[in-house]
Design a protein around this ligand. Structure first.
Ligand code: FAD
Length: 371
């Protein structure tokens, strides 16, 4: 590593750090990405539903809403142009009673305000026609929701960044970050020990550790509202005798800390239920088999044909949330910290769902901050 070349240091090579690296490397020289794992994308970015969200769930005007709608368009374009596996298979949010139907109406209004212009209400009959196994009094159809192969997307960003000259330093954990004059000194732990490197710009894409990185730079994370809360989401695989049990993504009306346990399908056609949502103190990716009954009951409400035996523990992911239990909405933090006396430091904190969908738009947004 030649420290003199180190212009921009990106911490973390998940889908966000990769997208940012790909965008930055097109315009700047000396872009370095530091990733503590042996390669990219081994954490949150490979432990999610792989859904390209339409942009329904977040309040109008929020970064989450704006960057989701923008990112969705960019993603479909990118996937089509570069042969990244994806399917715009559509999704249905099902209302099982009148109360839920009311919530769907509000959700639909919000989606339309966010610029999701193809949402359509379904009557019970239409719901039955589209998804014969799904039971409800009606639903909301989102035709532009889809799925993609996240690993293929990350490989694409990685190669694009490398082709444009970005350097990836794996097995390199950032453990120190200090402002010195007009630059930042990063302490990087690798196999040989602790290296010290200087960078003009630092972009913190460390997801589950992004609050700790901000703290290293001297920010009081409690005061800034940057403290993260971990919220686990487990998945159970669903293996019904007939693979075409549903042909779209089927969701319940959303709950407080997640979108509700839904039926997803990955790009290979494998069905899954999940994720649930509960706060934890320590990172642990084990799936608790005793949660199976709750998954079964949650989905049975709108998929009466489901059998317990079709469910098996699959994997879990952890959301990096700015809101703790019972807290209201919190938006993505994407902040240039010049007002805190840290010019050139950009923090990305709380990039939970729809972070994957938003990733190319997040990258453009960050690039705009640097210009
Ligand atoms: C259960 C679940 C389901 C989801 N479903 C969807 C979905 O369907 N659609 C959607 O749009 N979004 C979804 N999301 C959100 C999406 O997965 C995330 O927004 C996105 O993956 C975040 O990417 P990231 O790069 O910030 O995080 P990560 O992939 O976690 O990457 C961060 C990287 O930083 C590295 N790192 C951390 N600390 C350091 C350090 N000190 N030094 C060096 N490297 C470091 C880590 O090793 C890691 O590789 C879901 C999330 C969860 C948890």
């Amino acid at each position: 590593m030649h420290s003199s070349e180190l212009n921009i240091a990106i911490i973390g090579a998940g889908v966000i750090g990769l997208a940012v690296a790909a965008e930055m490397a097109q315009k700047h020289r000396g872009v370095y990405v530091f990733e503590r794992n042996r390669t990219f994308g081994l954490e949150t970015s490979s432990r999610n539903s792989e859904v390209i969200h339409a942009g329904i769930y977040n309040p109008p005007g929020s970064l989450k809403a704006k960057l989701c709608v923008e990112g969705r368009e960019l993603l479909y374009e990118l996937c089509a142009r570069h042969g990244i596996s994806h399917r715009k298979l559509g999704k249905i949010i099902v209302a099982v009673d009148e109360d839920e139907f009311g919530k769907l109406e509000r959700l639909c209004e919000q989606g339309r305000e966010n610029g999701v212009d193809d949402l359509r209400f379904l009557s019970r009959k239409e719901l039955r026609q589209l998804e014969p196994e799904v039971e409800g009094i009606g639903g909301l159809l989102s035709p532009s929701t889809g799925i993609l192969d996240v690993h293929a997307l990350m490989s694409f960003f990685h190669s694009q960044a490398k082709r444009s000259g970005a350097e990836f330093v794996f097995n390199a954990e950032v453990i120190g970050l200090e402002k010195t004059g007009t630059k930042y000194r990063l302490g990087v732990r690798d196999r040989e020990g602790i290296q010290s490197v200087l960078a003009r710009i630092v972009i913190n894409c460390a997801s589950l550790n992004s609050d700790q990185i901000a703290q290293l730079a001297g920010i009081d994370t409690s005061e800034a509202g940057y403290r993260l809360h971990y919220c686990k989401g487990e998945y159970f695989s669903l293996s019904p005798p007939q693979r075409d049990l549903v042909s779209r993504l089927v969701y319940p009306v959303p709950e407080e800390s997640g979108l509700g346990i839904h039926i997803t399908r990955d790009i290979e056609g494998k069905l899954r239920l999940g994720p649930n949502a509960y706060y934890i103190d320590n990172i642990d990716y084990k799936v608790d088999d005793t949660h199976k009954e709750a998954f079964y009951q949650a989905v049975k409400r709108f998929l009466p044909a489901i059998e317990r035996e079709w469910l098996a523990p699959d994997f879990a992911g952890i959301r990096s949330k700015l809101q703790g239990p019972g807290d209201g909405f919190r938006d993505f933090v994407i902040a240039h910290e010049d007002k805190r006396g840290l010019p050139g430091l950009i923090n990305l904190i709380g990039i939970e769902s729809p972070g994957l969908t938003a990733s190319p738009a997040v990258a453009r947004y960050v690039a705009g901050m640097i210009e």
